[in-house]
Design a binder for this molecule. Structure first.
Ligand code: G3I
Length: 384
């Protein structure tokens, strides 16, 4: 499960009555969501996921985009109420703020930083270097080592420098590993690797640290959690990469385990995930869950059964991850099925064309069993 971009190589709903009684500040906030949204109001009337996580010393965050916040003010209010940290979902990717090789356009990025700051939430930057989202002009950009180096220097200095002191952490390099390429080091062949060799990763981290010395610097990767050969190769490549970076004195502070899960997968093994997290922690690094969601691809259409399977997968994953004290942050890759990348992905979307139900709230922003599974996992987590 982990979803490979190279193809698939590889709780029950608790009846919760409407909470009545004195109207809390949070209740007022939630009430502002609107009369059709009794569900989210209900979910937000307790401590909310951010509060439940905080009680255990864990930060709960969500990705959110400007487009989503503007299309659904109700979602924006729920994100503001439930999450303790915001990750601008697309606004810090090159296509969003690099309209040209020369230019920068920070309007959407600034919008999301304002959103986080107005809600008094820290923000995470995602991502300074990612092969997966590059603007069209990048095709014509210099591919020699000097040109690529100059481009990375300019990009990271400008972007990380502009928000210095305001980002809790940065995904400095996103998804650098892909064993499918069969390189001995397990690295993914990207334009950055082609031009600069594996040293592009060290370079990016050093530049980010210079530009924003306060930010925690994260290496972010998917496909690290399952007990299968592909994920085992990814774990080995990530560990070797992190060890090498630390030996070279590169300022890397954390590993981000994205956590794009699949409810139909049968090869989740808590022991495998926990051992890996312990190996990373033994290097002196934090481990963050950075993009948690679950595709229900491969499951029959029945909605209660799908919702229960998604909730079970989330609970199993979180119980394992949160049993490790090095895991202090859990970020979901969006809160609601209304906006999800999974319906657009050939690896994550359902083959029967039904919308994926892989987030915590349904399309009408009502909490699903997945929401309760995450809440229960936070309640059950050992104290940090
Ligand atoms: O905003 C434009 C819109 O103007 C245009 O009409 C439309 C046409 O396709 O595209 C819109 O932009 C899309 C954007 O999402 C906002 O919806 C991009 O094409 C689309 O590529 C982009 O997809 C994002 C994807 O990363 C690529 O950047 C997804 O929202 C986002 O959820 C996904 O997130 C990634 C993480 O960054 C890294 N890990 C995997 C994760 C899931 O793929």
């Amino acid at each position: 499960m982990g979803i490979s971009r190279h193809g698939p190589r590889r709780g029950p709903l608790r009846g919760r009555g409407r909470v009545r009684g004195p109207v809390s500040r949070r209740g007022v906030l939630a009430g502002a969501v609107g009369p059709m949204l009794a569900g989210p109001a209900r979910a937000a009337q307790g401590p909310g996921l951010g509060g439940l996580a905080a009680a255990r010393g864990i930060v709960f965050g969500t990705a959110l985009t400007r487009g989503e916040a503007e299309a659904s003010p109700a979602l924006a209010r729920i994100a503001g109420a439930e999450a303790a940290l915001i990750v601008p979902g697309n606004e810090f990717k090159w296509p969003a703020h690099r309209p040209s090789a020369e230019g920068f356009d920070f309007r959407d990025a600034d919008f999301m930083m304002r959103f986080a700051e107005e809600h008094r939430k820290p923000a995470r930057g995602h991502a300074l270097v990612w092969h997966g989202a590059l603007p069209a002009w990048f095709e014509g950009a210099p591919r020699d080592a000097a040109g690529m180096r100059a481009m990375l220097e300019r990009h990271i200095r400008t972007v990380a420098g502009r928000y210095a002191g305001r980002m809790q952490s940065w995904d400095v390099v996103n998804e650098p590993v892909e064993p499918w390429y069969r390189r001995a080091d397990g690295l993914r062949e990207t334009p950055f690797l082609a031009a600069l060799g594996p040293g592009y990763i060290d370079l990016a981290f050093r530049l980010a640290h210079e530009a924003d010395p306060a930010a925690r610097l994260v290496l972010n990767e998917y496909g690290l959690e399952m007990a299968n050969e592909d994920n085992a190769a990814r774990r080995a490549a990530i560990l070797a990469l992190l060890r090498g970076m630390l030996a070279r004195g590169v300022p890397v502070h954390a590993l981000g385990i994205q956590g794009h899960l699949a409810a139909a997968a049968r090869d989740f093994d808590a022991g495998v995930l926990r051992r890996f997290i312990r190996e990373v922690a033994a290097l002196g690094l934090e481990v963050l869950v950075t993009e948690l969601d679950v595709t229900d691809r491969g499951l029959p259409p029945d909605i209660p059964a799908r919702d229960a399977a998604v909730a079970r997968m989330l609970r199993a994953f979180l119980d394992a991850a949160l049993a490790e004290p090095s895991v202090r942050m859990v970020v979901v890759w969006g809160l609601t099925d209304r906006f999800t990348w999974m319906n657009d992905s050939r690896y994550a979307r359902r083959e029967d064309g039904l919308p994926v139900r892989g987030h915590l709230l349904d399309e009408a922003l009502r909490p699903k069993p997945a929401w309760h599974a995450v809440a229960d996992a936070f309640r059950a987590a050992p104290q940090r």
